[in-house]
Design a protein around this ligand. Structure first.
Ligand code: AVJ
Ligand code: FE
Length: 433
């Protein structure tokens, strides 16, 4: 807020950084230091690497780029550069082990707070409206979700979530969640508004022409997915794309990741009975695509998904409301529950069109490849988004239970490779009308 006195601005920025750090520490402090240094999967880093990388990113953007300081540990730059040291190599790289990584996080937070006042007076475009502070805060928030993927892939005993502080409604409203919502064809505004923080890949805001379509009112559930399996979903090649079938055969997939063959699902250290009413989670894009074909539907494009989440019936594109800055309070995101919940449980995160749980619970695979919007301009660095365009990544929307509220918003674009299953991802289907 431009009207804020500079000292108020600096206080808000400091609180934002400290608040994000508290949440990071609240998760990782539940894990033994030895486990933070271990590699559990070649597709994920040791947690200690993520921690050092969070510190290195803050030092680079707040202290070096925005305030002109020399880096605290210049010799660690290459180790913590995500492109120079890819995930598969991180276990052997000379990253700081957990104990030192905690010290690094602390030291960088202290020197970051010390330069906030200078950043508030800076005329640099990355400092304007606190962009670089938000960049660093959201980067840490995104890495905490990656850390949770690592802790889920780790064997039982490594991590137990705190007991849920999410309220169970006293009168369980069986909110309407069956069937599909119909959306008229026409022109719609998509992308982040020009003002406020957004990632470069969410801009520019632009109009798209969509044909009429329908989208599932709720995410696909475990029960739905069990029907697909019982009907030979994993055995019928005709339901799969050629590439999807190749990977399914190579990996021997028979069910979603973390499902047991006797009706259970593993959540961190605990294996519980599968609830048929909860959204299915830990499926790849290829499994999502096969399910949709089996159901006689397809995956929505990311822009159809965004319109379904944001559009108010009867509103013209010009009057579309600005995207909310954070997820609605009722959404199951923000590490409130450390798990998905039944789709009918509360009228959670209902879009104006009547779709439920667009935000929270599970990331939703879309049919769209990750690319720049028309008129895309990289900001503040090509490596955040641009280098990933056109490389076969698919876009996921909506955030999961592990996505913090500031990024669980309908314009936010996540992406991953189509064969990945470690993300907290499920789907909802679309159909032509
Ligand atoms: C948007 C989640 C795909 O983890 O690669 C973290 C976010 N960018 N550090 C990723 C990100 C730089 C990114 N995803
Ligand atoms: Fe990163």
């Amino acid at each position: 807020n431009a009207a804020d006195a500079p000292e108020r601005t600096v206080d808000r920025w400091r609180e934002r950084l400290e608040n994000v750090r508290e949440r990071t520490l609240a998760v990782v402090q539940r894990v033994d230091e030895g486990a933070l240094d271990r590699v559990f999967s070649p597709i994920l880093s040791p947690v200690a690497w993520d921690l050092g990388h969070i510190a290195a990113f803050a030092d680079l953007w707040l202290c070096e780029r925005a305030a002109g300081l020399a880096p605290l540990y210049p010799e660690l730059r290459a180790v913590y550069d995500a492109l120079e040291t890819p995930r598969s190599e991180r276990g052997c790289a000379p990253y700081l082990r957990a104990r030192e990584a905690f010290g690094y996080l602390d030291a960088v937070l202290t020197r970051s707070v010390a330069v906030l006042e200078q950043i508030a007076r800076s005329g640099d475009p990355i400092a304007r409206d606190g962009f670089v502070v938000e960049l660093v805060a959201r980067h840490e928030q995104q890495h905490l979700e990656t850390i949770l993927q690592t802790l889920q892939i780790a064997p039982p005993g490594v991590f137990e979530p705190p007991s849920s502080n999410r309220l169970t409604p006293s009168r369980q409203t069986q909110h309407r969640c069956a069937g599909m919502v119909r959306i008229d064809g026409g022109r719609y505004l998509v992308g982040a508004p020009d003002r406020g923080f957004a990632y470069d890949n969410e801009r520019p805001r632009h109009e798209v022409e969509l044909a009429p379509f329908a989208i599932d009112r709720a995410p696909v559930t475990n029960g739905d997915f069990e029907e697909f399996i019982a009907d030979g979903g994993y055995q019928r090649e005709s339901l799969w794309s050629p590439e999807g079938w190749r990977i399914r055969m190579r990996e021997g997939w028979q069910r979603p990741l973390f499902w047991t063959d006797d009706g259970g699902v593993r959540r961190f250290g605990e294996t519980v009975e599968r609830n048929p009413d909860e959204p299915v989670v830990h499926v790849s894009y290829y499994e999502a695509e096969a399910f949709a074909r089996w159901a006689g539907k397809h995956l929505p494009s990311e822009l159809e998904w965004e319109v379904a989440a944001t559009h108010t019936p009867g509103a013209s594109p010009e009057t579309a409301a600005a995207a909310p800055a954070r997820a609605p309070r009722e959404a199951n995101c923000d590490l409130q529950r450390f798990a998905v919940e039944p789709v009918w449980l509360t009228p959670s995160a209902v879009s104006p069109l009547g779709a439920v749980r667009m935000i929270g619970d599970v990331w939703e695979w879309t049919a769209s490849e990750f690319n720049g919007y028309p008129g895309f301009r990289p900001f503040p660095y090509r490596e955040y988004s641009q280098v990933h365009f056109g490389r076969g990544y698919r876009v996921l929307r909506g955030g999961s239970w592990a996505t913090q509220a500031e990024i669980a918003i309908p314009t936010f674009r996540n992406w991953d490779l189509p064969h990945r299953r470690q993300i907290f991802a499920g789907l909802r289907c679309a159909a032509d009308v």
